[in-house]
Design a protein around this ligand. Sequence first.
Ligand code: MG
Length: 198
Amino acid sequence: MANNIDTAIKVKAVALDFDGVITNLDIDWNAAIRQASSIVGHDIKSLITFYENNFGTPIFQKVSTEMEKIELDALRKAQASPFIGEFLQKLSEKQVEVYIVSMQSFNVIKKFLEQHGLTGYFKGIIAREKCPSKKAQVECISKETRSSLNQILLVDDSKRNISNCKELGLVCFYFQRKQSSKETREAWNKILNLLGAT
Ligand SMILES: [Mg+2]
């Protein structure tokens, strides 16, 4: 997916996805979905769709709590993406507000940021307990920062999220989940370039 972005944009807030951008969680999602299916008593095809359709219900809470255990376990081995500290430092110098938008749990993300000394770089963590979809999450940032959606830059490794959020008018940057540290550094630099933050 090419990142052809209009460089004339004025971005006020950056929304970073967590798994696939800030870190890579090593989770067997097929096994996790089987476990979630056994909790609800029927087959779940996608956890994302399940969370969206069951937001605010007791079964959402039950599944979310069990999935959080798996996610917390994966944190033990999770590394921060290469050069993310430098990238976040440059964003903070540019005074861009940075958020995490993720379908992982709030506790998982909070704990990861603490473990890696990254907490102070983020204005907010918008996780599944607060908003049940990426679309709802970026709309929440738009409200909080009083920005229009075309002033928010989303960085995500999911083509589906990128395409949904592009439709909403967001500036989107597709981030490769698996790439060399050189490629990761180039991706951060491209993002900084389009924010005029280099
Ligand atoms: Mg992701």
